[in-house]
Ligand binder design. Sequence first.
Ligand SMILES: NC(=O)c1ccc[n+]([C@@H]2O[C@H](COP(=O)([O-])OP(=O)(O)OC[C@H]3O[C@@H](n4cnc5c(N)ncnc54)[C@H](OP(=O)(O)O)[C@@H]3O)[C@@H](O)[C@H]2O)c1
Length: 272
Amino acid sequence: METDLSGRNVLVTGASSGIGRAVARAFAREGANVAVTYRSNAEAAAGLCEEIREAGGDALALEYRLEEPGSGAAVARSVAERWGGLDTLVANAVRWPAEFPDEGRAESLSMETWRGDLRVNLEGTIEVVLAALPLLRRSEAGRIVLTSSGVAEEGVPGPSPYGVAKAALAGFARQLAWDVGRDGVLVNAVAAGFTATERNLAYFDEAVRDEVARHTPTGRLSAPEDVAGLIVYLGSPANRNLSGEVVREGSSTGRGGVRMEWVSSPASAAAH
Ligand SMILES: NC(=O)c1ccc[n+]([C@@H]2O[C@H](COP(=O)([O-])OP(=O)(O)OC[C@H]3O[C@@H](n4cnc5c(N)ncnc54)[C@H](OP(=O)(O)O)[C@@H]3O)[C@@H](O)[C@H]2O)c1
């Protein structure tokens, strides 16, 4: 299996925290050059770039806004200017929903909220993928990994456009695989489960987390590094011919209907 990724150019969106940061670090450990995007936490992205350079690769921190048309294209342009090419795109950034109304109140979300959330998390992600495609097609082994969610298959309490966007991204991966496969570009999605990110540790009570873990085959939640390992595999030449798949990761395989109750205000928190 090929694991040396030196000279490989990788773009990870939403890398200033959580799973994206673990993915960027994991690629860097294998010697890759890594461009990382952030929305608000420039400091975290800059610190991550230092780590990447210390690991021996080049690094680039880029501001990126899913909600802003043209932002994905600008990020792809910056990568092309710096490295002349791109081999792996991990489209991972997310805007968490501002509200999760009670279960069964689909009508409580306005159409404006639905459109806004789908625009950001679905269209925003598609935009950066399309902008990066010309670069990826030129790579000898182009790879795209989208972070979907176990929610795409199981749903989540509350009529969440987040879950709809994640399900649509899984469909996008399956569909895009056919469009780009003949150019050697492999596209997959990872249906991450409830992951022990800093944000989730802050927003979900330990009892809830334990209950979710109890329903997984391994009895534990995935760490961001666990999800990152799978994404690095799918996003590297080690993945030789797997494309168009939605791969469920660790704790997404057994939530089994456990209700996820918030500990504190759900505003800008994560639901999985
Ligand atoms: N954590 C889980 O349990 C879980 C489960 C299933 C799927 N996922 C998926 O995994 C991915 C990463 O989740 P995470 O939990 O690691 O998230 P996270 O820690 O909250 O990180 C989110 C990242 O996205 C960036 N971001 C936020 N709003 C943005 C916007 N409007 N435009 C562009 N970037 C924006 C953030 O940047 P700043 O911090 O700089 O603003 C940050 O880098 C997401 O796609 C999520 O849906 C996560």
